[in-house]
Design a protein around this ligand. Structure first.
Ligand code: PAF
Length: 282
């Protein structure tokens, strides 16, 4: 596995590989790999000749009081895991490699960013869309693979690619969970032992909501209220950022569940802000 820091070098190499007829896949990450990341690398490996993984903690997607400086990292361990999963190129640029001091070009998808995480993290998706565009331009992939835990992010990237005619096949892959049901996240490292025991209730609550919908309940306000009560009972001390039921494509709130719906939540448990979601197929 080759480690490249320089964006220009990666772009030149990738263009050369494409010219040789190689299919290139990119897995964009912020590192501190867990099984979720590794499953994306495996999915990329199954379909491409060359797998590039980018590891870059992108400062522009963090707000002023967020965990940019505390974001967990372990390059040595990540490089070993990536290599074990057949990654060909690990792209590890520095902040200066990625952004000029006077960087002033932004990519925004305001409609899809208005709800859920975009509401509580106002600059987040502008930073994500911008850095993913830069990564696409740099790595020149045919295919890019993202996790469905960040469902809104995936929807935004798919819309961005469509609207800007970016020739990348954007693929989503299912959430990987611990046996307890807790969605894997690099931020789970912030949880204490006790919080880790309670955090799986986030998914448990979503499943209960789906069961209620299966039994015919379809009023979103009532379902959301029940879920909020479940969280305050089962995860004492937690703080709900949002519980929403949205259309999976437009990310707009639904009042009544009559077709496919995404129930998405963000819950603060101790120092961690955890997101999760469940697609409800009616
Ligand atoms: O999902 C992530 O880890 C990040 O938002 C991404 C897509 C790598 C952009 O920084």
């Amino acid at each position: 596995m080759e480690i490249i820091n320089n964006p220009q070098e990666l772009q030149t190499l990738s263009l050369m590989l494409r010219a040789e007829g190689k299919k290139v896949a990119l897995v964009p990450t912020m590192g501190f790999f867990h099984e979720g990341h590794l499953s994306l690398m495996d999915a990329a490996r199954r379909q491409a000749d060359v797998v590039i993984v980018s590891l870059f903690v992108n400062p522009t997607q963090f707000g002023p009081n967020e965990d940019l400086d505390a974001y967990p990292h372990n390059l040595e361990r990540d490089a070993k895991l990536a290599e074990e999963h057949g990654v060909d190129i690990l792209f590890t640029p520095t902040r200066d490699d990625m952004y000029y001091e006077d960087h002033s070009t932004w990519v925004e998808v305001p409609d899809l960013a208005a709800n859920l995480c975009g509401k509580s993290r106002p600059v987040h998706f502008r930073g994500v869309a911008t850095v993913v565009t830069k990564l696409f331009m740099t790595a020149q992939p045919h295919v890019a693979v993202f996790g469905e835990k960040d469902w809104q992010q995936l929807a935004i990237i798919k819309r961005m690619v469509r609207d800007l005619n970016i020739p990348v096949d954007v693929q989503g892959h299912p959430i990987v969970r611990e046996e307890s049901g807790l969605a894997l996240s690099s931020r789970n490292v912030y949880l204490t032992e006790d919080e880790k025991k309670k955090a799986p209730m986030i998914q448990q609550g979503l499943r209960q909501m789906r069961d209620a919908v299966d039994k015919g309940k379809n009023n979103a306000a009532e379902l959301k209220e029940e879920l909020a009560a479940f969280y305050s009972r089962e995860i004492p001390g937690s703080r709900v950022d949002y519980i929403e039921i949205v259309h999976p494509g437009s990310i707009e709130n639904l009042d009544i569940i009559e077709g496919p719906a995404l129930c998405a939540v963000a819950v603060h448990v101790g120092k961690a802000r955890l997101i999760d979601n469940l697609l409800i197929k009616v």
